[in-house]
Ligand binder design. Structure first.
Ligand code: GTP
Ligand code: MG
Length: 336
């Protein structure tokens, strides 16, 4: 259905009021997907922080220079990141002036559209494209939520009718393999593992072979270590795994998902930069959004890391994962 934050229609064609009317007419609340609802709910803490103030700024009667200053300050305090905050305000202000927008309500809508623009992915998720076997590496520092996310993804894709296999390539900690086994059982998917301490690339090799042959899987999700003796080792290991995957499966890994803990705000972005090119990250999974008021940092991710957010962790349960939707995110952040 048409929505004012989806697609680039000229602003003159609608106002927020018409959007609300349309939502009522079409009963949008009932048509909202479960993912949209989960995403919006997980933003409750963030929304009740500085983002609430943004809504009140735009309740003023007219657009003044002070409005833009206050917006900038509020965005920075909301953990959006200084560069992104300045950029966002400048783009919004430019458009408002260029399009001769006079009402604060319409200006607010422009801000929301610019936010959506910051978050939109250029490419569809490679995981969802049809191919014989899709290989997804899940990477990230220890404790970020990799293993939990794999459990959730396995469940999700299995429910979509895919044959899923998970690989325990975090062989650094013995407990990691058991933890993944528990998630595999919960999700009802096969696990490929070797003894603790074995070569992760060898585990991956086995897992790909098994997925291609005996298990006939559509999707292989690979858990990796968050920490080794040194960071250099970790990058070497990820690089080796990528080579092994690429040798056995055309264009694999098809997706390298970097798991970031949202509760660390801007630090998550610094951490992500540490993973850099070696890991070949293609997308972000943002976990623990439910427990933090620092969700504003999400607005900074694509600009800083050059890759989009793909999924969001909204709790500790197997169903607590939402596909990231920029419009639902912006509405969850600011309210409607
Ligand atoms: N509230 C909440 N908790 C989460 C979410 N995702 C993960 N967690 C919790 O975060 C903790 C760490 O999760 P793991 O999946 O073990 O993290 P990991 O990256 O595999 O950690 P290592 O294997 O030690 O590198 C667990 O207690 C999870 O329940 C989320 O989206 N929301
Ligand atoms: Mg783990």
């Amino acid at each position: 259905m048409w929505h004012p934050l989806r697609g680039a229609r000229p602003l003159q064609r609608y106002t927020e009021a018409t959007s609300t009317v349309l939502r009522r007419l079409f009963g949008r609340d009932e048509t909202r997907t479960q993912d949209e609802v989960k995403l919006e709910q997980s933003l409750e803490k963030t929304r009740s922080g500085f983002f609430r103030r943004i809504g009140s700024l735009f309740q003023a009667n007219e657009i003044t220079p002070e409005l833009w200053d206050e917006l900038e300050e509020t965005l920075i305090r909301a953990d959006v990141g200084v560069d992104t905050a300045l950029d966002l305000v400048e783009r919004t202000r430019n458009r408002v002036e260029r399009e001769g927008i006079k009402s604060t309500q319409d200006a607010y809508l422009v801000l929301k559209q610019e936010m959506v623009g910051l978050l939109q992915a250029e490419e569809p998720l490679a995981m969802d494209q049809p191919r014989l076997l899709t290989v997804v590496l899940v990477v990230g520092v220890n404790g970020s939520g990799k293993t939990t996310t794999i459990g959730k993804l396995a469940h999700r894709y299995r429910q979509m009718g895919k044959k899923v296999v998970v690989a325990a390539a975090d062989t650094f900690r013995a407990a990691a393999i058991d933890q993944l086994r528990v998630w595999a059982e919960r999700a009802g998917v096969d696990l490929i593992a070797q003894a603790p301490g074995s070569d992760p690339a060898a585990v991956l090799y086995d897992a790909i072979r098994a997925s291609q042959e005996s298990r006939r899987a559509d999707l292989l999700l690979v858990d990796t270590a968050g920490r080794l003796q040194t960071k250099y080792n970790l990058m070497q290991e990820l690089e080796k795994m990528r080579r092994v995957a690429g040798r056995l499966v055309h264009r694999a890994p098809h997706e390298v998902l970097l798991v970031l803990d949202a509760s660390t705000g801007q630090n998550a972005i610094l951490q992500a930069k540490g993973f850099g090119q070696a890991a070949g990250v293609t997308g972000i999974v943002l976990t623990k959004l439910d427990g933090t008021a620092k969700g504003g940092a999400v607005l900074n991710i694509k600009k800083e890391l050059g890759v989009p957010v793909r999924f969001v962790g909204t709790g500790e349960g197997i169903d607590d994962l939402a596909e990231f939707d920029p419009v639902a995110f912006v509405e969850g952040l600011l309210g409607e």
